[in-house]
Design a binder for this molecule. Structure first.
Ligand code: TXA
Ligand code: MG
Length: 321
């Protein structure tokens, strides 16, 4: 793939120039790869939706190099301030009221008067944001409904090429260390609400600002389309809470004994390692020609909550997307 380029000084300079020209660039973050565009440019943002084949009503996360740059876009209250102080740069996205003079594309917020902001910690994402000196709107760099990419090769396999509406280039920053999307917390109302579980566990957030509500997946009008029931889906059906594999099934294990699982998310039972492996291993098994992917139980605590959330969505409903 000749549009995958090394994330060195030269690659980052080229990517920043492409973004300034209104083009799309895929880049690594600590969570997953993002498909980026200048968040102040409606046409560029529209190109993201087209490249992903994504429904237009889905608002996007805006990435900035630091807190100060985010302050220009949205209004922080004390809760937001404390969470940003504790978890930024990192895998936490805050939904806050847009400033009237933010300059952000309206399409970024899909018409809402809020915007989702995040300061990523990945050095390549950080250097890119510094170099292009503008906020970057970036959803995960995959076709809508597919598993989020954690390597440059996944991005290239999932999105169209540069001449067919895909990113002009893909910055190769090797594998994403967290491997799960950011946690999305809505602070636009008095009730702080987790819209999506992700890389920062609920318990760690609550230790800083107290109890959080969690948006339910079965709300009739979900606040975040990320909470729609089927969202992160491999093509092969999943069977959850499995202890063994039946004939024709792959077994995705967690802390299973040697040789039992087809692949093990973390032989030692480490949820961080399991999160980082999740999308990679699902992809690998999805390509393996199995009838079903059976998945071992994952503890419902810490990062396990986000892992189970992704797995339940991937298994939800009876038809595959
Ligand atoms: O880790 C991540 O968050 C990755 C990397 C690239 O940063 N990005 C990502 O973006 O996962 P995306 O677009 O796939 O997910 C954005 C989530 C969705 O659930 C979306 O609905 C929600 O954030 N969101 C964005 N803006 C919102 C807003 N104004 N109000 C409510 N939810 C919002
Ligand atoms: Mg996504």
């Amino acid at each position: 793939m000749d549009h995958i380029v090394a994330a060195d000084t030269n690659g980052i300079r080229t990517a920043a120039a492409a973004l300034a020209d209104g083009e799309l660039v895929a880049f690594p973050t600590e969570t997953v790869y993002g498909l980026g565009a200048d968040a102040t440019d409606d046409d560029a943002v529209a190109a993201i939706f087209a490249a992903k084949d994504r429904p237009r009503f889905n608002p996007l996360i805006v990435h900035t190099a630091d807190r100060a740059a985010a302050d220009n876009l949205v209004r922080f209250d004390m809760r937001a301030h404390r969470l940003a102080e504790t978890f930024w740069p990192g895998a936490l996205t805050l939904v806050l009221p847009r400033r009237s003079r933010s300059g952000l594309s309206l399409l970024v917020s899909a018409g809402l008067d809020t915007a989702a902001v995040r300061v990523p910690s990945h050095p390549v994402a950080h250097d890119l944001l510094r170099a292009c000196r503008r906020p970057i709107a970036a959803p995960s760099a995959n076709r809508s409904g597919e598993v989020s990419p954690t390597s440059a090769g996944h991005v290239a396999a999932s999105l169209p090429g540069p001449d067919d509406g895909g990113p002009r280039l893909i910055l190769d920053g090797s594998a994403c260390p967290v491997g799960l999307e950011s946690t999305v917390v809505d602070l636009s109302t008095d009730e702080a609400t987790i819209l999506r579980h992700g890389g920062v566990p609920q318990e760690e957030l609550e230790a800083v600002i107290g109890p959080l509500a969690v948006a339910g997946v079965d709300e009739t009008a979900p606040k975040s389309p990320g909470m729609l029931e089927r969202h992160y889906a491999p093509g092969t059906p999943l069977r959850l809470d499995a202890r063994d594999a039946a004939d024709g099934e792959a077994l995705l294990g967690f802390a299973m004994g040697r040789g039992k699982a087809t692949l093990d998310l973390s032989p030692s039972g480490d949820l961080r390692e399991a999160a980082a492996n999740l999308f990679n291993m699902l992809r690998h098994l999805d390509d393996g020609g199995y009838a079903t992917i059976a998945v071992a139980p994952i503890p419902e605590e810490g990062l396990g909550r986000a892992i189970n959330d992704r797995l339940r969505r991937a298994a939800g409903g009876d038809e595959n997307p």
